[in-house]
Design a binder for this molecule. Structure first.
Ligand code: HEM
Ligand code: SF4
Length: 556
């Protein structure tokens, strides 16, 4: 096979670095296993390598830079699921994959296997700059104005083991998009970047201080048009101000969002400008030659669909209604004629959002090879994307997905639920997010109903840390503990797109089954009160939450 497309190609320098890092960690693991290191001594070392200790076992979080994988990497993930986990992996809202049942003694071997396909788990934990996320349709979307992957890669290299930012006050998350339609939740990141072309090269609009968790905040614009050559200096200055002034005395107040709130965005901007004035900008200048050198390390697909590809797809859709429905929900317009981007839903009715078995992961690798240049992306909605599918081959792809039970037609619909691992795995949880996600998925499993309901996003977190983005759900569910019992608080009106907003609490929290019933009644009410063409959010905006509150808490 040719060089894998879609992501940066490692060379011997990258590989030597990873090998040395794994040797170091293998030694630390050996010392933990024979007792020379206590758990307290070992913890910071393992966390630097993405290894958590959860309720039942170790959990390994593997970085997928900007969510892009090639098929040999995908196959390696399947192998790890098969040999070292319980035969499945969990795709997360940060475009990573997590394995929940890892044995400590296996981790060096797993990391070596990952390194053999140019992957690692560095900086997937700890108070450093985490995996840089991006648009799952990067380089493919029709509405994209600038491919963000090259700059995402530059940010990955800049932030990996950055000596000044290895011990930030808290973890730090950066997302970058090259489309004016935000698909990366830019305003819910510590730094969110929207790239666009300018008259003299790319320009970057930068938001800071967004985030969810205990104190959800929508990020604010700090700069509208940072030129490419000043991108790194600007990010460096933003982080320096945070590193210097972010609160380290209180973990809940340590995020940049709290500092931005405390100072105000204008004062924060002034502080960044003052820092920039002290820096030697030449040290940070990204030249077009440097950017081109990174771009050259990406292989790009040759997009050469036959002239009648779109026509053939239209004919396939016209003759098969089930296929047509799936194509409606699970595809996205591509920039190249005759191509289309496909989202494979990992949310079958009653399934666990984001989970895929090793067999399914292998199958996805095969499909990526056959239909999308051997490349696959993870979305922050916990689905998978084949970004460059020829339109005349979409029907065949769909048939293969059906065989693999991966053709659920619900992307962007009510069954496309985001859920964190919750109390089934997570040591911090108050409630189990997975069973309620499964119940809701099953309750709204009917494809006709889902289509009728239209765009409606349900996001579920098992605790206030908000890993399941509940604040950004059109309907959000937050697991809370009420005297030892699992309850769910409902929020309405959250969204993570250009009009990012935090959901508002509807009323008292309810037990699991009552929550499912309450949501069903709210959806029924919406279907009755909506005006033609209105989405759930439109109706909520027009009428406020009163009718939904009434429906949710109505006694049977
Ligand atoms: C299983 C172990 C996990 C632990 C111990 C954990 C821990 C945390 C903590 C403590 C926070 C709050 C950070 C803060 O606001 O200061 C957080 C937030 C978050 N986590 Fe997790 N998490 C876990 C799993 C996950 C998973 C599986 C995902 C993705 C499905 C995820 C994605 C996120 C996201 C997106 C946030 C919100 C970040 C923000 O905007 O502030 N985490 N997590
Ligand atoms: S939201 Fe809470 S329960 Fe869910 S994964 Fe994050 S820390 Fe765990």
């Amino acid at each position: 096979m040719n060089a894998p497309i879609g992501h940066y190609q490692y060379d011997s320098i990258d590989r030597d670095f990873l090998a040395a890092r794994i040797d170091e960690f293998a030694d630390q693991v050996a010392r933990r296993l024979d007792g020379r290191l206590t758990e307290d001594e070992f913890k910071p070392l393992r966390l630097m390598n993405g290894l958590y200790l959860q309720l039942h076992a170790y959990m390994l979080r593997i970085a997928i830079p900007y969510g892009v994988l090639d098929s040999r990497q995908v196959r390696m993930l399947a192998e790890i699921a098969r040999h070292y986990d319980r035969d499945y992996g969990h795709f997360t809202t940060r475009q990573n994959i997590q394995f929940n049942w890892i044995r400590l003694e296996d981790t060096p071997e797993i990391l070596r296997k990952l390194a053999s396909v140019d992957m690692h788990a560095i900086q997937t934990s700890g108070n450093c700059i985490r995996n840089v996320t991006s648009d799952q349709f990067a380089g493919a979307a029709a509405d994209e104005v600038l491919d963000p992957r090259v700059h995402a890669e530059i940010l990955r290299q800049w932030s990996t083991l950055h000596p000044e930012f290895t011990f930030l006050p808290r973890k730090f998350k950066i997302a970058i998009s090259g489309s004016p339609n935000d698909r990366v939740a830019a305003r819910f990141h510590d730094i969110g970047i929207i790239a666009r072309p300018g008259p003299n090269g790319p320009l970057f609009r930068i938001f800071v201080g967004g985030g969810m968790g205990r104190t959800p905040v929508v990020g604010q614009e700090i700069f509208d048009a940072v030129p490419e050559d000043e991108l790194l200096a600007t990010l460096e200055a933003i982080l320096r101000v945070y590193n210097a002034y972010g609160r380290r005395d209180n973990i809940y107040k340590a995020r940049i969002k709290i500092l931005v709130q405390a100072l105000g965005i204008d004062a924060y901007r002034d502080a960044v400008r003052a820092e920039l004035a002290r820096m030697n900008l030449d040290d940070y200048r990204l030249t077009p030659a440097m950017v081109d050198a990174i771009r050259a390390r990406f292989a790009t697909p040759e997009l050469d669909a036959p002239a009648d590809a779109a026509e053939r797809l239209a004919a396939d859709r016209a003759r098969n209604r089930t296929f047509d429905r799936w194509a409606r929900s699970n595809t996205h317009p591509h920039r190249a004629p005759g191509y289309i981007a496909v989202t494979v839903s990992l949310k079958p009715p009653g399934g666990i959002p984001g989970d895929a078995t090793s067999a399914q992961i292998d199958r996805l690798a095969d499909l990526a090879d056959t239909y999308s240049f051997g490349e696959l992306r993870i979305t922050h909605m916990q689905n998978v994307v084949l970004a460059h599918v020829r339109q005349d081959r979409l029907f065949a792809l769909w048939e293969s997905l059906r065989e693999a039970e991966l053709a659920t037609p619900n992307v962007g619909l009510i069954g496309d639920i985001i859920a964190c691992p919750g109390l089934d795995y997570c040591a911090l949880a108050n409630a189990r997010s997975i069973p309620i996600a499964q119940k809701l998925g099953a309750r709204f499993g009917d494809a006709d109903l889902q289509e009728q309901v239209g765009a409606l996003r349900i996001n579920i977190s098992g605790c206030i840390n908000a890993c399941g983005h509940h604040h950004a759900g059109h309907i959000g569910l937050l697991g809370v503990d009420k005297r030892g019992e699992e309850f769910f608080q409902i929020t309405l009106g959250g969204r993570s797109d250009n009009q990012a907003a935090i959901g508002e609490i509807l009323g008292p929290a309810l037990p699991e089954d009552d929550t499912v019933d309450a949501i069903a009644r709210m959806v029924d009410r919406y279907l009755v009160i909506r005006s033609t063409g209105e989405t759930f959010l439109d109706t909520l905006t027009r009428l406020g939450d009163a009718p939904f509150k009434e429906a949710a808490y109505e006694k049977a």
